[in-house]
Design a protein around this ligand. Structure first.
Ligand code: SAM
Ligand code: SF4
Length: 433
């Protein structure tokens, strides 16, 4: 979501005549887009702010204008000016459409300019090719914000309430990307399957049990080669999503379904709205598909009150699900959330031990899952020349695995069949067949 936000800010500034540079020493304005999901990400911001001022001082030049965007900007607002003199302006998560006004105000001498306002009704969600992270893959936001208020999570405070984009706009956006040569779109949002637009405009002829599964069918009908979507919220994961995947080959075989914990007691304290039993029903439905759907998840270890038994239940769950991969996080208390008021009683040492044990188990299963791809043929989008091995191309399979194979530059942007010969760390290796 943050990469997508940055792409849109760059698109807008370029359209208004600004020149975008990735070289900090060449920049008159530096924008830092921030994350506040965990404390560590917040700390990084202040390290970067310090580096920007220091680099300018070392070169004996004036410090560039420094703007802070994103979740930390939204949450901390004007208080950021007191924490660092180097910050010139602050733009909240829904105020990014007014970035050029902020730059003009700050460069005109206005001090401590902050805009934490709402998004304009006319906000343009499009990104130009020059500002996209990939020439072949595009992010398409379909819903912003979150209404779920899981007790540990800052997102509903930093990103505001859920707001779904009209289906007609999403479908037009994907159709345009297809015409521009994009091969793969990622429909993105904090919880894509909570998609609930105000009207059915754009969904009309497409059937489905939920507006999200109807949207999947509508986007599939654009004929774009590949459609991925993330993140799915377990409580709202309707079996019809798997039916849609079964019907349309261009809906990719990958589901990211964050479970957070294997213990019902902890899930209740987290206020996730799902139990392990409901979660496993969804996993069984996904695994029952005739397609090989890859499963990934997020898990938090060391949530307040998590006992050894609760943690064992998480290990048991990982054993059952055999995820393709998982993001494991140590619980990080976020001020303003309900869990911040609970006692953070799992010691840092236990959090680290649990993190390492779970990570080891997930990697063990990952090996099994990865090795099972050997001798199978995967369709891979050739995205770039591999950074590590020249002569090799790197891309993603429909199941979101990184696949490397020998190939020439002309293949970039094409979807090729690759026979998998080897699996190492997080990558599969194969040859074109
Ligand atoms: N909406 C998605 C869902 O509910 O599944 C997740 C979005 S959240 C930005 C990404 C991940 O960050 C979460 O799935 C969770 O595992 C992790 N996370 C959120 N708050 C956290 C916290 N306070 N400490 C540690 N990890 C956290
Ligand atoms: Fe955070 Fe929960 Fe919303 Fe996901 S669903 S963004 S974890 S509050």
């Amino acid at each position: 979501m943050n990469v997508s936000d940055s792409e849109r800010v760059a698109t807008q500034l370029a359209a208004e005549g600004y020149e975008i540079t990735a070289r900090e020493s060449a920049a008159d304005v530096v924008l830092l887009n921030t994350c506040s999901v965990r404390e560590k990400a917040e700390h990084k911001l202040f390290t970067r702010v310090g580096q920007v001022g220091k680099a300018a001082a070392e070169r004996g030049v004036k410090k560039p204008l420094l703007g802070i965007l994103g979740c930390v900007a939204q949450l901390e607002g004007e208080t950021l000016f007191a924490r660092s003199q180097a910050i010139d302006f602050v733009l909240g998560t829904r105020a990014v459409g007014r970035v050029s006004q902020a730059i003009e105000k700050a460069s005109g001498g206005q001090k401590f300019y902050a805009d934490l306002g709402e998004r304009e009704e006319t906000y343009d969600w499009a990104v130009t090719g020059a500002q996209r992270h990939s020439p072949y893959v595009a992010f398409v936001p379909i819903i912003e914000g979150c209404n779920k208020f899981c007790t540990y999570c800052i997102v509903p405070f930093s990103r505001g309430r859920e707001k779904s984009l009209p289906a007609s706009e999403i479908v037009r956006h994907v159709a345009r990307l297809r015409r521009e040569g994009i091969k793969e779109v990622h429909l993105i949002g904090q919880n894509v399957n909570s998609y609930r637009p105000r009207t059915d405009d754009g969904l009309g002829e497409f059937r489905g049990a939920t507006q999200f599964s109807r949207l999947l069918r509508a986007v599939a009908a654009t004929g774009i080669e590949r459609i991925k979507f993330t993140t799915s919220f377990p409580r709202d994961f309707h079996p019809d999503i798997v039916e849609a995947l079964n019907e349309h080959e261009n809906l990719c075989n990958w589901v990211h379904l964050p479970v957070q914990s294997g213990s019902n007691r902890i899930l209740k304290l987290m206020r996730r709205g799902h139990t392990i039993e409901n979660y496993l029903e969804r996993i069984d439905k996904i695994k029952s598909s005739p397609r090989r759907i890859a499963l990934t998840t997020d898990i938090i270890v060391g949530f307040p009150g998590e006992t050894d038994e609760d943690f064992q239940a998480t290990l048991d769950l990982a054993e059952y699900c055999k995820f393709n991969s998982a993001y494991v996080f140590k619980y990080s208390p976020r001020p303003g959330t309900p869990a911040h008021e609970m006692s953070d009683d799992v010691s840092p040492q236990s959090k680290t031990e649990r993190f390492l044990r779970l990570d080891k188990l997930i990697r063990f299963h990952q090996r099994e899952v990865f090795d099972d791809y050997i001798n199978r043929t995967l369709e891979v989008l050739a995205e770039k020349i591999s950074g590590k091995h020249s002569g090799q191309i790197s891309g993603h399979s429909t199941c979101q695995m990184v696949v490397n194979f020998e190939g020439v530059r002309d293949l970039l942007g094409k979807i090729v069949k690759v026979k998998i010969l080897e699996s190492k760390a997080n990558t599969l290796y194969g040859k074109i067949c």
